[in-house]
Design a protein around this ligand. Sequence first.
Ligand code: C2E
Ligand code: CA
Ligand code: CA
Length: 495
Amino acid sequence: MTLASGLLPVVLGVVILYMQAERALKHSAEHTAEEAIQQFELMLDNTAQSARELLPLAGQRCLDVNFALREQVTRRPFVRSTNLVWDDTIYCSSLFGDVNEKTSSGNYDGGRLLLMKGNPVTPDTAFLVYRLGEGKRGAMSTLDGYHLSNVLRMIGSHTLLVLQVGPNWLSADNQFHEGALPDFPVAQTQLDSSRYAFGVKAGFPEGETWRYMSSEYPALFSLLIFFGAVSALIGHLLQMRSTSPTHEMKRAMEAMEFVPYFQAVVHGDTKKVSGTEVLMRWNHPKEGLVRPDLFIPFAEHSGLIVPMTRSLMQQTAVLLGPLSASFREPFHIGINITASHCQDLELISDCREFLAQFAPGSIHLVLELTERELIEPTPLTHQLFEQLRELGVKIAIDDFGTGHSSLGYLRQFNVDYLKIDQSFVAMIGVDALSGHILDTVIELALKLDLAMVAEGVETQEQSDYLTAHNVNFLQGYLYGRPMPGAEFISALSVD
Ligand code: C2E
Ligand code: CA
Ligand code: CA
């Protein structure tokens, strides 16, 4: 949660910055390409101009026009050499004078460009030829690759930039290449001149977006990290708040705020105390005494119920253990257990330790399992209940009648008592139908041959009814409310 809330703004921010950087680089590549095109067009304007001026001279004797050829080379910036063509043959060159070199035929109307690797004079220096033709006449001006690659290098100092002419291209290191243009991984842009037959391709190397971001947005990055940290902190605090019940209960357990309350259980006939049910209370420093139904679900959810119950049993043993020698008949001590408690064998050692603190045979430890959440019969639970039985521990089905335990189920777990839920007891004297339901529950218990405890007995009428129907034990406000240990002990001694 903390990590996610911290990372989310950072990741989002980085994504936005990345897109922004990509846009900026695309823009920069386009700008560079436009500038290069302009620069090349300017250079070609000079080259084209010289070819145009020389074209009318084509056909004249080389001796007569040689000076004019050289003059163009000297006067025009960027022009490296000039040549005249007659009938597809170069016959006059500014450098060599008379020559005889076949050239490819073609109509150079409006001029045509050719990028070449080199010539016999400078085989390793690329150059660009501008050709102009009209009938048998032709004029050629060449532009040194050195100037071209200079432009590529200087305009695109941070950009990868190449010049493309037909099937050939020139890179910034003044190398001539044939074939496909290179691929630029970032912000690739291709632009053609509208005036001459060439184009440029611009772009950036791999990873340029990140480099750009780190050099251009350092302040934004720091801000993002700051937002991430703030957001992580908020996430952390929110999470702390959402886990705080568990937190709070752990603290309470260490502070021994969970204490046992004791409610008497009496014999149905004599109404003498036969035992007690141990009910947990949270002695909260601010909230006061908290009812178990408000915190037991949290304790189950967080897995704290096991150590909490263990602590409750220990406190009970400390309080009642010393009295056990004076018990005339086995005193019943009921402890409420949840299904999650029966998932390992730890419960056995807890019970053994509990029993060890009482005079031998002075008590019956009764584990109350609510019928609402039945324990699944597995090899482990069978082993557990087998060993509990060997220890002499009794099992009671709590809230009997509200769940749906079957006869088979009750046999499997060797149940000793059924605790008739207080909702059935409350039906006594209400109407005929309600009374009938209670009778059915009692009948069922009798058929199963199990001892019965009626819960929530509040009135004399209820007490009389239950006694008349052979309910073995009674529990309720009529005989005593749940009370703290000291109070319960003094009530016992009065008895
Ligand atoms: P429960 O096991 O059915 O316990 C009986 C509940 O009925 C107790 O409520 C008790 O105070 C209440 N009661 C007793 N006599 C009367 C009466 O005459 N009239 C009425 N209206 N109520 C009566 P309590 O103590 O609030 O406990 C509620 C539930 O919380 C318990 O129901 C039990 O399921 C659970 N619980 C209590 N302590 C523990 C514990 O240590 N561990 C576990 N897992 N659950 C516990
Ligand atoms: Ca109970
Ligand atoms: Ca109950």
